[in-house]
Design a protein around this ligand. Structure first.
Ligand SMILES: *Cc1c(COP(=O)(O)O)cnc(C)c1O
Length: 482
């Protein structure tokens, strides 16, 4: 049986677009997170797969009946949890185009456009972020779209291993490798260390400044020097711009200086998964100070840059670094273009072989909104966070748990009955707010204390949505205090 006839696809595709448009238009009225019992969705689907073809309308009805009511609505205007996962409608258009082309961009020759659009966009974006020209292909480095910041960290670590131990590809690791993070570093670094086979002992947790929670570069220098003296091999240092917990910013320039003086072969990776895109606004570019000294820099387009998951942007300052670590060429992938060394084969920049044309969904965002629209999106959320932080400061029933960072506000309920009581009150306010379904917030701990995080950044979040959250927080805190 043949695939859909293109005319039939045209008809059904409109139904799908209409379904998405209706879903998005009605999002604000839905509870952000449903009350769902584990297994309830599977129970609804516990029937044999269809033997005969079915109508699309029947499937869409199942989405309405089974899927939507059991979904957490990440694009909801009052979704303030984790970090945003912007899936703008602009980007969905590009995702559809990418699927339409259906190309595998593993080698340049398997789809020249897929490779070169990605190269061109990442070079241009590097420029707009104010990154050093060394991170562009023109400057000897280059960018690549990974599926996630976790993968970006993993391939950076593999490139770092190759640089630290040129026989690593043949002999693997020997247990002396060390990787430097802080307690605030994203868990994907610890995972990368495990996946790379280094074992937990390779992970060195560097002290942070107790107030800012940023990496202490003096402590890093001391740890590096001690390890070098002990015959260990510092492989990679990860500095974070905008930690997941509180949005803390490691002092990249001072971190780079510590690396350069104590362990100059170690690789410096800057993980700016959430915050890095703010560099598109000149007033936030200072956050990227010192990144020009790093070996790699990563920021997610799929968090705050309007691009539907997955699109994590990774730049390296040496274009050969990733292929040197990752390239493996079986006979069936041998190719004249690759051997000419005039092209980039992105399969050598990532773990999997196959790859989709992710650049298209980023392109439809940048084309459809323009940089001015993107900046307005980012600035709007930063302004809303500033407003919320002001309300928190002015209310004796609350306190800020950390200085607001861009569009992230971390707060606690203040009870006057000591920090343990504040912990308990903050936790129950979070649970009660989420139970209303009118907003979703998540938590972290800061210096061992329970903290409620408000990450502003959904595509549809407006003034009234943050005001509504604040009203909910105040009302539930009032109820908890009794
Ligand atoms: C979200 C986040 C990550 C992981 O991002 P993925 O793209 O989902 O893998 C890594 N680092 C930081 C700082 C993050 O906030």
């Amino acid at each position: 049986m043949a695939d859909l006839d293109p005319e039939e696809f045209r008809r059904l595709g409109r139904q799908v677009v209409d379904w998405i448009a209706d879903y998005r238009a009605g999002l604000g009225e839905r509870p952000v997170r449903p009350a769902v019992e584990p297994g309830s969705v599977r129970a609804e689907l516990d029937k044999p797969l269809p033997e005969l073809p079915g109508e699309l309308s029947g499937l869409l009805a199942e989405l309405d009946r089974v899927v939507v009511p059991a979904s957490t609505h990440w694009q909801h205007p009052r979704f303030f949890g984790f970090f945003p996962a912007n899936a703008s409608l602009h980007s969905l258009l590009g995702d559809m185009l990418s699927g339409g082309l259906g190309a595998q961009g593993m080698l340049w020759s398997t789809s020249p456009a897929a490779t070169e659009v990605e190269q061109a966009l990442l070079d241009a974006l590097a420029d707009e972020l104010g990154l050093d020209p060394a991170f562009t292909f023109a400057g000897g480095g280059g960018g690549v779209i990974q599926d996630s910041a976790s993968s970006a960290a993993l391939v950076a670590l593999l490139a770092a291993l190759h640089r630290a131990r040129p026989d690593w590809r043949e002999r693997g690791v020997d247990g002396r490798e060390r990787v430097y993070v802080t307690a605030e570093t994203h868990s994907s670094l610890a995972k990368a260390v495990r996946v790379a086979g280094l074992g937990e002992r390779a992970l060195r947790v560097v002290d942070t400044d107790p107030t800012t929670l940023a990496m202490d570069p003096g402590a890093l220098a001391a740890d590096l020097a001690a390890d070098v003296a002990a015959g260990l091999v510092p492989v990679l240092v990860c500095a974070t711009v905008g930690t997941t917990g509180t949005g803390a910013v490691d002092p990249v320039r001072a971190v780079a200086a510590a690396v350069a003086t104590t362990a100059p072969t170690a690789w410096l990776h800057v993980d700016a998964a959430w915050a890095g895109v703010a560099g598109l606004c000149p007033e936030h570019r200072h956050l990227l100070d010192g990144v020009e000294l790093a070996d790699s820099f990563c920021t997610d387009a799929h968090k705050w840059l309007l691009t539907a998951f997955d699109a994590s942007l990774l730049w390296v300052r040496e274009a050969h670094a990733l292929p040197a670590a990752l390239s493996i060429t079986p006979e069936y992938l041998r190719d004249a273009a690759s051997e000419s060394a005039r092209v980039v084969d992105y399969r050598d920049w990532q773990v999997p072989l196959g790859r989709r044309f992710r650049a298209l969904k980023l392109w439809t965002v940048l084309h459809g909104m323009g940089l001015s629209g993107v900046r307005e999106h980012l600035r709007g959320h930063v302004a809303l966070a500033g407003e919320l932080a002001g309300w928190v400061r002015d209310d004796p029933g609350f306190e800020l748990a950390a200085e607001p960072s861009l569009a992230l506000v971390c707060l606690r309920v203040a009870t006057d009955r000591g920090p343990d009581a504040d912990d308990a009150a903050t936790r129950s306010v979070l649970e009660r707010v989420n139970a209303t379904g009118r907003a979703l917030v998540t938590h972290t701990t800061v210096r061992g204390r329970y903290v409620l995080r408000v990450a502003i950044g959904s595509v549809g979040t407006r003034d009234g949505d943050v005001a509504e959250l604040w009203e909910l927080l105040r009302a539930e805190a009032g109820a908890v205090r009794g």
